[in-house]
Design a protein around this ligand. Structure first.
Ligand SMILES: Nc1ncnc2c1ncn2[C@@H]1O[C@H](COP(=O)(O)OP(=O)(O)OP(=O)(O)O)[C@@H](O)[C@H]1O
Ligand SMILES: [Mg+2]
Length: 244
C-alpha cells in the first residue's frame, strides 16, 4: 500500500521478554490510526493464551488487533498461538506442532500488502529459537523490516541493548531507533542509565531515540504514545499521509 520511499512497517524487538514491546507497538499503532493510516499489528508467534469470549487468545494479539485500524482477525494477527507461556518452540512441541517460517513470512507479506503500515512484534528478545535452525531474527530479515528496539530500563539493560544492536546490525538490518521504557517504578540510577544509553546509542552509534516512556500506572496506548517523539518517528518512517 505504502508506495513512498519510507518503510511500510517495522519489527519491534526488545532487550528481553516483558520489556514493553506490546505496549510500545500498541501506542505506535494508535498514533498511526489517529493519523488516518490503515495499520495492523502482527504477532506471528505468541505463547500463552487466555479465554476471551470462550475463545483462547493471546493477550498481545488482542491488544495489537484492537490498537490498529485494519479489519483483521485475531487469527491473522496471531498466526501461531500456543497455550503454554514458555519458550515458543517448546510450547509448540507440547502441542505436537511446529512453527512454519514460510507461513509467517507469507502472513506478514499479506498484511504489508493490504495496509499502510504493519507493526510486527517479535517474541522475547531478538534471537529466540523458533525451530531447529532458525530464530525470531529471521522474521525481521525475511520481511526486510527496519527494527525498533525497546529497552526495558532495568539492571542489565545496557549490555542487552548493545548486544541486541550488534546482532541486528550483523544481519544488515537498519535500526530505525530505540525506545527506553521504564518497566520498574523505582529503578535505581534510572537517569544515569538513560544518559549512558543516549551516549552509547545516539552519540556513538547515531541511533535515534524514538521515545522515553516513564512508569505509567495504566500504560494504555494513548498514555504511552504521549511519550513517543513524533519528530524522531517521522524522520524514521515518514510524514503522516493525508487522511482517507
Ligand atoms: N511504561 C510502563 N509503565 C508501567 N507498566 C508498563 C510499562 N511498560 C510496560 N508495562 C507493563 O509491563 C508488562 C510487560 O509489558 P509488555 O507486555 O508490553 O512487554 P513485552 O515485551 O511485549 O512482553 P512479551 O515478551 O511477553 O511479549 C505489562 O504488564 C505492561 O503493562
Ligand atoms: Mg508482548
Amino acid at each position: 500500500m505504502n508506495d513512498s520511499s519510507f518503510p511500510a512497517g517495522c519489527f519491534v524487538t526488545g532487550t528481553d521478554t516483558g520489556v514493553g514491546k506490546t505496549r510500545i507497538s500498541a501506542a505506535l499503532l494508535r498514533r498511526l490510526a489517529l493519523q488516518g493510516q490503515r495499520c495492523a499489528g502482527y504477532k506471528p508467534v505468541a505463547a500463552g493464551v487466555s479465554m476471551i469470549d470462550g475463545v483462547p487468545v493471546n493477550e498481545d494479539v488482542q491488544l495489537l488487533r484492537q490498537a490498529g485500524s485494519a479489519d483483521v482477525t485475531d487469527a491473522e494477527v496471531g498466526l501461531f498461538q500456543f497455550a503454554m507461556p514458555c519458550a515458543p518452540h517448546i510450547a509448540a512441541a507440547l502441542e505436537g506442532r511446529t512453527i512454519d517460517r514460510a507461513a509467517i513470512l507469507a502472513g506478514g507479506q499479506a498484511l504489508l500488502a493490504r495496509n499502510d503500515f504493519v507493526v510486527v512484534e517479535g517474541v522475547g528478545g531478538f534471537r529466540v529459537p523458533l525451530g531447529a535452525d532458525w530464530d525470531s531474527s529471521h522474521i525481521a530479515c525475511g520481511l526486510g523490516l527496519p527494527v525498533v528496539l525497546v529497552i526495558g530500563l532495568r539492571l542489565g539493560c545496557l549490555n542487552h541493548a548493545l548486544l541486541t544492536v550488534e546482532a541486528i546490525q550483523a544481519r544488515q538490518l537498519p535500526v530505525a531507533g530505540w525506545v527506553a521504557n521504564t518497566v520498574e517504578a523505582d529503578m535505581a540510577y534510572r537517569d544515569e542509565n538513560l544518559a549512558t544509553l543516549q551516549h552509547e546509542l545516539r552519540e556513538r552509534r547515531q541511533l535515534r531515540c524514538l521515545g522515553v516512556v516513564p512508569w505509567l500506572d495504566d500504560p494504555q496506548p494513548d498514555a504511552v504514545a504521549a511519550h513517543l517523539n513524533d519528530a524522531a518517528w517521522r524522520a524514521a518512517f515518514g510524514p503522516a499521509p493525508a487522511p482517507r
